[in-house]
Design a protein around this ligand. Structure first.
Ligand code: ADP
Length: 361
């Protein structure tokens, strides 16, 4: 019952109950006067009866007023004081005090809205904790990934300074290694920079209409030179007559495809190396599949390969392994396009990376 209705009813009750009680008292007194005393009462008795009458009426008035005021104020004050306690505890950072209410009045609604706010704050606090943990892990990982090549560069420079590289061949080997390592570091920093810009949503996307069919024909043509060197081949499978025009940032999609295909080439030991790109139309999206016949990914690793710095043991133990940022950049770019990305794989048979892009209307 709403508070307004409750107040109206209690006011009506405050009038009706004393009036009805007054009638009842009058009837009882009348009965006693006329039946018990048969109308013959002396002045003293009448005075006493009058006193009883007024005391009873006063009693009824006080009782009704007191009880109704107590009940109505309790139903209002109790939830307000609960809300006030909750607000105080929230202000000190304690989000555990629940004010959930099953009352159907305005205060019940206010309590439940307050409760929803408390639960949302709790969620936000949890997300903040996870974000902070992730940030600390990221800093630790970046420091580690930058320190390792720097230590190696320092070692080689020290070797040159100490005269260990005492032949022209050794010196060339040392300087070549320093150059390669510095190059790898540069690539890692570039990847980190792009990843953090995508993560902070500071990388602006230049959307345009991109015909994925033409895009992949060109891309495969470009890649064919590198693939042929490795006795590999890339194919495109799509219905030529269909429309695969999507709304996308061409350069960023190039980056996505490059990262996926570079992985396919990195983790393919078998020859001939085959990459199959397939396009499929769904209602308002184009689904792209990039399939390889490489080493495959262990089922247990698949849910994590799009996380930043995640590298499977196979990648960590091999020289081909990268930074572990390639697929997380892919995911960030596809998410910024409003699409989704996922993987299917069979160990020793190959992997498929799928992503979707919204069709241009
Ligand atoms: P990395 O820089 O290590 O390649 P990625 O983020 O690109 O990092 O990939 C994450 C991990 O997923 C890799 O370490 C690798 O183990 C696995 N992976 C990704 N693509 C493939 C693939 N085509 N075949 C086998 N393993 C893959």
């Amino acid at each position: 019952m709403s508070i307004r209705k409750r107040l109206i009813l209690s006011n009506i009750a405050m009038i009706l109950i004393p009036v009805i009680s007054l009638f009842l008292i009058e009837i009882v007194i009348g009965y006693i006067l006329f039946v018990a005393f048969q109308g013959n009462m002396d002045e003293v008795n009448v005075n006493s009866f009058m006193q009883i009458r007024f005391t009873a009426i006063g009693g009824v008035l006080i009782l009704t007023n007191g009880l109704l005021t107590y009940y109505v104020s309790k139903s209002i004050i109790q939830p307000i004081s609960k809300l006030s306690t909750a607000a105080r505890r929230i202000s000190t950072g304690d989000l555990e005090y629940s004010v959930k209410s099953d009352k159907k009045d305005e205060l019940g609604e206010l309590s439940n809205n307050f409760e929803n706010m408390r639960l949302q704050l709790k969620e936000a606090e949890k997300a903040q904790e996870a974000y902070e943990k992730n940030r600390q892990e990221l800093i630790a990982q970046i420091s580690h990934d930058l320190k390792t090549p720097l230590t190696s560069i320092k070692g080689y420079v020290q070797g040159i300074q100490d005269g260990v590289a005492n032949t022209p061949e050794k010196l060339e080997h040392y300087t070549e290694t320093i150059y390669q390592t510095a190059n790898d570091m540069n690539e890692l920093i570039d990847e980190l920079f792009l990843y953090s810009k995508l993560d902070l949503q500071q990388e602006k996307l230049q959307f345009e209409e991109v015909d994925l069919y033409a895009f992949f024909v060109d891309f495969i043509e470009e890649m064919s030179f590198f693939l042929e060197k490795k006795n590999g081949k890339a194919n495109l499978s799509a219905e030529k007559a269909e429309n695969y025009i999507v709304h996308a940032d061409r350069e960023k999609i190039r980056r996505v495809v490059l990262n996926i295909i570079q992985n396919s080439m990195k983790y393919m030991k078998e020859e001939p190396q085959k990459i199959q790109v397939s396009l499929e139309n769904s209602e308002n999206e184009v689904v792209v599949e990039i399939k390889d016949n490489g080493s495959g990914i262990d089922e247990a690793d698949i849910p994590f390969i799009f996380n930043n710095f995640y590298r499977t043991d196979a990648s960590r133990n091999s020289e081909t392994g990268g930074s572990g940022l390639g697929l997380s950049i892919v995911k960030k770019i596809i998410q910024a396009h409003g699409g989704t990305v996922w993987a299917k794989s069979q160990l020793h048979k190959g992997s498929s990376i799928y992503f979707t892009l919204k069709k241009a209307v």
